[in-house]
Write a protein that binds this ligand. Sequence first.
Ligand code: DC
Length: 225
Amino acid sequence: MERATVIVAIDGPSGTGKSSTSKAVAAQLGLSYLDTGAQYRAITWWMVTNGIDIEDPSAIAAVAGKPEIVSGTDPSGPTITVDGTDVAGPIRTQDVTSKVSAVSAVPEVRARITELQRSIASGAENGIVVEGRDIGTTVLPDADLKIFLTASPEARAARRSGELKGSDVQQTREALLKRDAADSSRKTSPLAKADDAVEVDTSDLTLQQVIECVVTLVEEKRAGK
Ligand code: DC
């Protein structure tokens, strides 16, 4: 029997096509979409804007509960606000990108954001695609389908520098590998593949091929195969 709701967890490092894939799959299947990286970026933006020392985990922990972060989950126009301010643009700056790993490694930040993510997922009536680093392992360990996207460092750096127009591929590669190393080695819920996740290497696939692959996997799950 076809199931009414489905929860899909899509994890992996940056530049593997997670966001584009997750959005397109959600739109195609009529599901909600949650970008958990945007939530970590939003809380980082708030810390920076409020002058919190991001080198000091206890200072971050002390105020982790303060900002109100709201995510709009329509895959055709996802939104993110902090205390009512639209931060979709500011959270993508180089400054926030370079600080997000330190902020998101603080356990109090993770506890706060994880709770928010679980409440959004449980409220999504038709189901949801949630993308991040620890969704299959920690946030939604009972997800119906877990995907882990990978790609070679070269493919990932080339994609990221294509998105960040005019950036140097070599520099992008180094920054990206540095952020992955930090995200994978932190103590609390690091970037990791869940044992029951399906790994998809996207290095030699087009975005369309990755989307088709994931849509097929979701449809099989929904059909109870
Ligand atoms: O997906 P992204 O590049 O926008 O994510 C930004 C950062 O947020 C990433 O470097 C690590 C952190 N993150 C996390 O720790 N856990 C998640 N589920 C998603 C992102």
